[in-house]
Write a protein that binds this ligand. Structure first.
Ligand SMILES: [Zn+2]
Length: 174
């Protein structure tokens, strides 16, 4: 079942189901409009702090308002995902970041989205919540919030911490 418009947003005719490559899509019988229902790209960033922890924000926008999460958000029209990651981080945590690299790409279950998770270079400034966030804080690895807003954010945080702990042990041995 497809979500979205009942009527064509271009000519207001009632939409009908049409088959494309074996997949049913809502389409307009009168003009060329098709509701492709493609996934929406989302970016999130792991922002390490020079003190050794990482930056999380308490969400001020649905979904999952009041839960801690990575700085994250949607990409603007025509915006490069890297730019969106830097912008969202500024908007939610007040921090100016430089991206280190793209960590992973996911298709979260039950959401029609593509999530791109970036890693930022460590920041030295302290975060302060922007308009989209209720709080922004640096969390030490062993003092993370009990619940993280999204399972994929949680998995990315845990993966990052595991790698980082291994790297720190390695650096100590050198
Ligand atoms: Zn139409």
């Amino acid at each position: 079942m497809q979500h979205g418009y009942q009527y064509c947003p271009k000519c207001s005719a009632g939409l009908v189901l049409k088959s494309f490559e074996g997949k049913q899509k809502s389409a307009c019988p009168k003009c060329d409009y098709v509701n492709w229902d493609n996934p929406l790209p989302v970016v999130a960033v792991i922002v390490p702090h020079v003190s050794g922890g990482l930056v999380l924000i308490k969400r001020g926008m649905p979904p999952r308002v009041g839960y801690w999460a990575l700085p994250a958000g949607f990409i603007d029209h025509g915006e490069h995902p890297e730019f969106a990651a830097v912008r969202e981080c500024k908007e939610e945590s007040g921090l100016d970041i430089k991206l280190a690299r793209l960590l992973s790409i996911h298709a979260p279950e039950g959401r029609n989205q593509i999530l791109m998770i970036y890693l930022a270079e460590p920041v030295s400034a302290l975060p302060s919540p922007g308009s989209d966030a209720l709080e922004a804080k640096v969390f030490a690895f062993d003092q993370l919030p009990a619940e993280i807003a999204f399972p994929l954010h949680k998995a990315a945080i845990e993966g990052y911490i595991k790698r980082e702990k291994r790297n720190r042990r390695r650096r100590k041995r050198l």
